[in-house]
Design a protein around this ligand. Structure first.
Ligand code: OSB
Ligand code: MG
Length: 372
């Protein structure tokens, strides 16, 4: 396929409620969207970069820069045999996985649209519906958190993930377990602890958590292997796994027993699939994480989650938990059983709401051969 025209844009979408993690609070999402066009067909994708460099080094601004100045000028007008070629084409760009992942997902989407086939089929998805969980941010107090959990359980969600940080951890989990002794429950620390906290983290062992996500440094693999050796609770890595090689190192060292796969963090579908396949072969369960995506990114997460190794409910939930109006004409909805039916239409199976997207666009740039 030939990349004839690409539009890079930034939109601004207020969250219905702020989302707070150990690294900070988000009220309004700034989101980059890409539209690739060829032969009158469009493929849309979303960049998962957040506003500030607190999850990883990437931000909306760094991704705009890398996509605008380094990826698109190189790609525009190029003939690309298949989207799986892209990672090698841009491997000389170091890091910036979320920027690369956004472009890669857009090319997969365009490819699927040109063939008029569902994207999940093209990447090897097999599941007809996916299991959904929710990620619940840090709240003002435990009662508010318990009320939110109650609401999500009534909506049917199959896994509850709560964010923890020093001072909002053991007592919070204890209170949840007292109220809900049996629910599938996990905690995500977003790197808020160190090996000095091992005794505190061991206290979580008594609560039968499905896993504890990314307790230690955002780029660590080795110390997590030491921590996993002293915890009964499985560790799940998120931030630390940026590639197949990171996953291989983590599994070899015993740094985790579960991996959270995020499309952006690993640089797109091809790398996500490699990590999935490695884990699948070793019996390591994976699940799809989220980055507060709008509908476009959420739809790509659904396609990814249809791979057979995604056996744990992901942080893939309904649009209405985050946004009053979404970037897709049909919002992402979850059944009363806490599942999403993988859409069977072409591409991601959701259509971008172009009028709405236009109305919330704060800047955009168009790339065509000749105007690089
Ligand atoms: O660590 O999984 C995370 C949101 C922003 C940044 C990091 C994380 C998260 C979430 C939200 O947990 C998941 C979602 O999109 O629902
Ligand atoms: Mg996480």
């Amino acid at each position: 396929m030939k990349i004839e025209r690409v539009t890079l844009r930034e939109i601004s979408l207020p969250l219905i409620h702020y989302f707070e993690t150990s690294f900070g609070r988000t009220d309004v999402r700034r989101i980059l969207l890409l539209q690739f066009q060829t032969d009158g067909v469009s493929g849309w994708s979303e960049c998962t970069s957040p506003e500030g460099p607190y999850y990883s080094h990437e931000t909306v601004e760094t991704s705009w820069n890398v996509i605008e100045n380094f990826i698109l000028p190189y790609l525009i007008g190029k003939e690309l045999e298949h989207p799986s070629r892209l990672p090698r084409e841009i491997e000389q760009i170091r890091g910036h996985n979320m920027a690369k992942g956004a472009v890669e997902a857009g090319l997969w989407e365009l490819h699927a649209r040109l063939l008029a086939r569902p994207l999940h089929q093209l990447i090897g998805g097999t599941l007809a519906r996916i299991d959904c969980g929710v990620s619940i941010g840090i709240q003002e107090n435990i009662d508010i958190l318990l009320a939110k959990i109650e609401k999500e359980l009534s909506a049917g969600y199959r896994k509850i993930k709560v964010k923890i940080k020093p001072g909002w951890d053991v007592e919070v989990v204890r209170a949840i377990r007292r109220r809900y002794p049996e629910i599938p429950l996990m905690a995500d620390a977003n790197s808020a602890y160190t090996l000095k906290d091992v005794e505190l983290l061991r206290q979580l062992d008594e609560f039968d958590l499905l896993m504890i996500e990314q307790p230690l440094r955002y780029d660590d693999i080795f110390e997590h292997s030491q921590l996993q050796g002293s915890l009964r609770t499985p560790i799940c890595l998120d931030e630390s796994i940026k590639s197949y090689f990171d996953a291989k190192a983590a599994l070899t060292l015993g740094s985790c027993r579960v991996i959270n796969i995020k499309l952006g963090r690993v640089g797109g579908f091809a790398q996500a699939k490699r990590i999935h396949d490695l884990c699948f072969a070793q019996g390591i369960p994976v699940w799809c994480g989220g980055m507060l995506e709008s509908g476009v990114g959420r739809a790509h997460n659904i396609a990814l989650s249809s791979l057979p190794g995604f056996t744990i409910p992901g942080d893939v939930s309904a649009s209405k938990r985050y946004y009053r109006r979404d970037t897709t004409t049909r919002p992402v909805e979850v059944t009363a059983q806490g599942q999403i039916d993988v859409p069977q239409g072409p591409g991601m199976g959701f259509e971008p709401d172009t009028d709405f997207i236009e109305s919330v666009t704060t800047r955009s740039r168009e790339f065509k051969p000749g105007n690089r």
